[in-house]
Design a protein around this ligand. Structure first.
Ligand code: PRX
Length: 644
């Protein structure tokens, strides 16, 4: 395959944190002497109250991986206190509201104070070390404050994306057994109101263990109030002391739980630990974005996702960076918004998702060209493969061919970036995630687990532990093993398909399992199917992905109805509503096709491979249908397909 290679410009390479030669040398060192390598990094990037006894013990064979055992530290201390001597007045957070007139700057001194106060509020409401706290907030500074306050006292946060429904929130609160929920009366995105407190009230009808709800007043609108349970954030903060000593945490104490979708069952509570995660988030933030002191860095992700955890909050703040938090959407009030914010706050490093790039590219170049963007130095993307057209547009129109693009491949489970170009060190190939980060050993294997030659597509696995990796699936160690290590013992299975080219670049093509990526959001087909089946009319549902020019993928659902129910447009609307209520708007099917039956094998398994082809209107080679229990159903499904 031929691809344009964009060499590193000498001008950029002269002032980069890592050059190509240094990358090669340090990468080799990180593999030949991982303990020495990570020990040096841990000293360089983190402040420790007590040193560790062992950098790394265990491995993927025994699955008892430990990082920095015996070490003591505190995440909020690393993100705040240690910067006060040198950068108390430096902006820590620049907040840009949904309305362009709304923004504010919080410096490190102020952020430290707010976090200490809120940590005391949490203590006041009975939160202790190890307790789980649910955070269901919009993109406002209080989201970062709440997360850091949890880490200050050793509580484990579980952030739930504000776009998830009350039902999705409920299952996450129950699974982690959270006793405190932090929310806002309402959120605002693209001038639309998000009824967060209302959703919490609904969720809590089935969460008897929740004692208190702490509510940030984001809008002036009234919301229902339960005075024995609900507390205003500003009231709680107004009479609380500002000193709060950081809890001394073990390196391996749990830091947070973040739910993410898999190919089976309910979302998994991915558990990340303290030291390994923070080190990996900090180091990748610094090197992948080539972060130089005092630069303004903006990651457009929501804190409800891992990208928001690692690259809006923990990575940048651990490095004493200025991180911009954005409450709004890329197209409000106009498609110039991102670029206007970049000019307004002189953003140097900008990190977003391919879906946003594609959506803005569609709006035309003028929205970009009317802004200056001269502060920009480095660009990044994350969440799904970026197609070369979108890449070229981002590179040439947004970055004016002077900003390298880091196409960062990673996952909720990996804690931080695993495969990416390092700006200034890696010649770029549009659409390739490029090279592994230090200490990361990817491998592409076939279905039998054998490594495949370069250029051949296979399953992407990681063969060595790394500090940012998940510790387990919360309260479900069996699922941890089954999901990631059972199929290929001794290797971490990513669930992605990829190939490596002759230059050692990794090209990620997408998931190899039943996980969808809709606008970069990770959704399990089974979750959507379970949501559809909740409707009384539905007997069976099968969900597949079809390509979408903006969202990357969209959902195509096949639905069979129970006897006595009839397909019509109203029913389609009800099904959409059911999915919205069970999961959220991000999981709504674009297409719903009613069928008399599903193509099933004689053992009763739905033949998804076939449905995927039909949904994609790819009827050339439907494969072997002789194993179907009732091949007759296929003709009807083909006839009624939505895309022709
Ligand atoms: O399929 C890969 C895709 O996103 C999945 C992980 O999703 P999530 O846990 O939600 O984390 C997203 C943000 C880190 C991966 O298994 N993915 C992520 N980044 C890329 C990507 N696919 C291709 N290229 C990327 N740069």
């Amino acid at each position: 395959m031929e691809h344009d290679l964009h060499p590193v410009s000498p001008e950029f390479a002269s002032n980069t944190l890592v050059t190509e030669t240094q990358y090669q040398e340090q990468y080799a060192r990180s593999l030949s002497d991982p303990e020495g390598f990570w020990s040096e990094q841990a000293k360089k990037y983190l402040h420790w109250f007590e040193d560790w006894e062992k950098v790394l013990s265990g491995g993927f064979d025994s699955l008892d991986v430990h990082w920095f055992s015996g070490g003591k530290l505190n995440v909020s201390f690393n993100c705040l206190d240690r910067h006060l001597a040198t950068r108390a007045e430096q902006p820590a957070i620049i907040w840009e509201g949904d309305d362009p007139k709304d923004s504010k700057v919080i410096n490190y001194r102020e952020l430290h104070e707010q976090v200490c106060k809120f940590a005391n509020v949490l203590k006041h409401y009975g939160v202790r070390k190890g307790d789980r706290v649910s955070i269901y907030l919009p993109m406002i500074p209080e989201a970062a404050i709440a997360m850091l306050a949890c880490t200050r006292i050793g509580a484990v946060h579980s952030v739930v994306f504000g776009g998830f429904s009350s039902e999705a929130l409920k299952t996450r609160i129950q699974d982690a057994d959270c006793q405190i929920v932090i929310t806002a009366n309402e959120g605002i995105r693209g001038s639309k109101i998000v009824p967060l407190k209302h959703n919490v009230d609904t969720a809590l009808k089935e969460c008897p263990n929740v004692r208190n709800v702490i509510v940030v007043k984001r809008t002036q609108n009234q919301v229902a109030w339960n005075s024995s349970r609900d507390v205003w954030y500003h009231d709680a903060m107004s009479q609380i002391k500002t000193e709060c000593a950081p809890a001394i945490m073990d390196a391996e104490d749990p830091l947070f739980i973040l739910y993410t979708s898999g190919s089976t069952g309910k979302p998994k509570g991915i558990l990340h630990g303290t030291a390994g995660y923070l080190l990996y988030a900090a180091m990748t933030h610094k090197l992948v974005f080539d972060y130089h002191d005092k630069e303004i860095y903006w990651c457009t992700a929501d804190v409800g996702w891992i990208t928001g955890h690692s690259y809006c909050v923990y990575g940048p703040l651990a490095n004493g960076a200025t991180t911009l938090l954005f409450e709004g959407v890329p197209t409000y009030p106009t498609a110039s918004r991102f670029w206007e914010v970049i000019d307004k706050h002189k953003v140097n490093i900008f990190y977003t998702a391919p879906t946003a790039i594609r959506a803005l590219r569609r709006e035309g170049d003028d929205w970009v060209k009317r802004t200056s963007r001269k502060s920009l130095r480095v660009l990044g993307t994350v969440g799904e493969p970026i197609n070369p057209e979108a890449w070229e547009w981002y590179y040439h129109i947004v970055g004016e061919a002077r900003c390298p693009i880091a196409d960062t491949w990673w996952q909720t489970e990996t804690g931080g970036i695993m495969i990416s170009a390092l700006p200034g060190a890696t010649p770029l190939k549009p659409g390739a995630a490029a090279w592994p980060f230090f200490g990361i050993v990817p491998m592409i294997i076939d279905d039998e687990g054998k490594p495949v030659p370069d250029g051949k597509m296979g399953k992407l696995v990681i063969t060595q532990p790394w500090p940012g990796m998940l510790q387990t699936v919360y309260q479900n160690p069996e699922r941890f093993v089954n999901a990631y290590f059972k199929e290929f013992p001794g290797r971490y299975l990513t669930g992605d398909q990829a190939y490596r080219d002759a230059d050692g670049y990794y090209w990620i093509s997408g998931r190899s399992d039943d996980v969808l990526k809709i606008s970069g959001h990770r959704i399990g087909t089974q979750e959507v199917e379970s949501a559809l089946i909740r409707h009384q009319a539905v007997s069976e549902a099968a969900v597949v992905a079809i390509p979408d020019p903006i969202k990357g993928q969209s959902i195509y659902a096949f639905v069979t109805l129970k006897v006595g129910f009839h397909s019509n447009d109203d029913l389609k609307k009800e099904l959409v509503q059911t999915v919205r209520e069970s999961i959220g708007a991000i999981a709504i099917p674009e297409h719903i096709q009613f069928t008399e039956g599903m193509p099933k094998t004689r053992s009763g398994k739905i033949m998804r491979r076939l449905l995927r082809k039909i949904a994609n209107n790819d009827l050339t080679d439907l494969g072997d249908l002789t194993t179907l229990a009732d091949p007759g159903v296929v003709d009807e499904i083909i006839r009624d397909r939505e895309i022709k």
